[in-house]
Write a protein that binds this ligand. Structure first.
Ligand code: TYM
Length: 321
């Protein structure tokens, strides 16, 4: 069974990415063959600065490695090192209807927010289909916002298989963990780089404190009983606390005397504690970027073998002599 997923190096990685996808991927290394990559070509749809893309790419790679990505056991690379994906992208474009792309939520959301659409943004799902189909991937661990893209991948694969009456592409399935399908941000909306409501995974203690202290709550006073059910602090605490700790927190909400600032401090400590064990390894890679680049290149060399064999089959199938 092949498990496959990717992340765009388009900004600092946040706890939504972590619980929605990264954690599941790292854990899945014991379950099947893991293929994990950094979607650098996809990031070009939003990042238009050389320095920023380079910085984000290293950071994403380093975070994965610090969190336990094993480059020997798994295949871990950066998208643009395996050029076959662009060949497949073009071939698949000819099996993707305009209507399918026009229905994509992420495209519709971005244009609704006034982002000028270009062809890269519009055809984003075709490149994502190429990523997945190039590797005969079975399971795609993702957050809820990517389910539609995986469904579109199935549509494109079906359309291709049907056109040539051959089962060339494996139909992938999205794997979404309901509890963390959509991790809320500091304002209660989906945590997202584009909404500026993130709590970042690795950041300075000062910045993390600022993010946690910025969690939006109602304006109940210290001496009032508070509701934990719809409280953003509680929703995020659920990711970091066990049942006993949560029961204790609920009790504190129900007992007058403490304010939201106290609950935020408890959460902040839990988050700091959670990521602390990975800091040392992260620091090591931050000081050894050349090694990080070599690890990605090693991953690409493994990925390319599979990708080029698949492209031989695809090209033969469509008649590219
Ligand atoms: P990206 O970079 O936006 O996000 C990476 C992963 O994090 C998940 N995620 C969340 N999960 C739960 N709650 C949240 N608030 C939250 N925010 C983000 C996303 O669902 C995703 O799983 N298109 C992809 C990258 C990609 C890809 C692929 C993924 C390119 N090709 C092929 C899988 C297979 C993306 O933009 O993810």
């Amino acid at each position: 069974m092949r498990i496959f997923s990717g992340i765009q190096p388009s900004g600092t990685i946040h706890i939504g990415n972590y619980f929605g996808m990264i954690k599941k991927m790292i854990e899945s290394q014991n379950e099947g063959e893991l293929f994990a990559f950094l979607a650098s070509y996809h990031a070009l749809t939003s990042v238009k600065s050389k320095e920023l893309l380079e910085k984000n790419s290293y950071e994403a790679a380093i975070n994965f490695l610090a969190l336990g990505m094993d480059p020997e056991k798994s295949t871990f690379w950066i998208q643009h090192d395996v050029k076959e994906v662009l060949e497949l992208y073009w071939i698949l474009s000819n099996h993707t209807s305009m209507g399918l792309l026009e229905r994509a939520h992420s495209y519709k959301d971005k244009t609704a927010r006034g982002i000028q659409a270009n062809h890269g943004l519009f055809s984003y799902p075709v490149l994502m289909a190429a990523d997945i189909l190039l590797f005969d991937s079975n399971i795609i661990p993702v957050g809820k916002d990517q389910i539609q893209h995986v469904e579109m991948t199935r549509d494109i694969a079906n359309s291709f298989n049907h056109a040539y009456s051959k089962e060339i592409f494996v139909l992938p399935e999205a794997r979404v963990d309901e509890i963390v399908a959509t991790v809320p941000g500091t304002d209660g909306a989906k945590m997202s780089k584009s909404y500026n409501n993130t709590i970042d995974m690795f950041t300075s203690l000062k910045d993390r404190k600022k993010q946690v202290m910025g969690i939006v709550t109602d304006s109940k006073e210290l001496n009032e009983v508070k509701e934990w059910e719809n409280c953003n602090i509680y929703s995020i605490s659920k990711l970091f606390m066990n049942e006993n700790e949560l029961a204790n927190l609920r009790q504190r909400y129900e007992t007058p005397g403490e304010g939201y600032g106290h609950f935020k401090m408890t959460l902040l400590e839990k988050i700091n504690e959670y990521f602390a064990p990975y800091e040392e390894k992260r620091e090591y890679y931050l000081n050894n970027k050349k090694e990080v680049r070599e690890i990605l290149e090693f991953g690409a060399s493994k990925a390319r073998k599979i990708a080029s064999a698949k492209m031989e089959i695809v090209k033969d199938c469509v008649g590219l002599i």
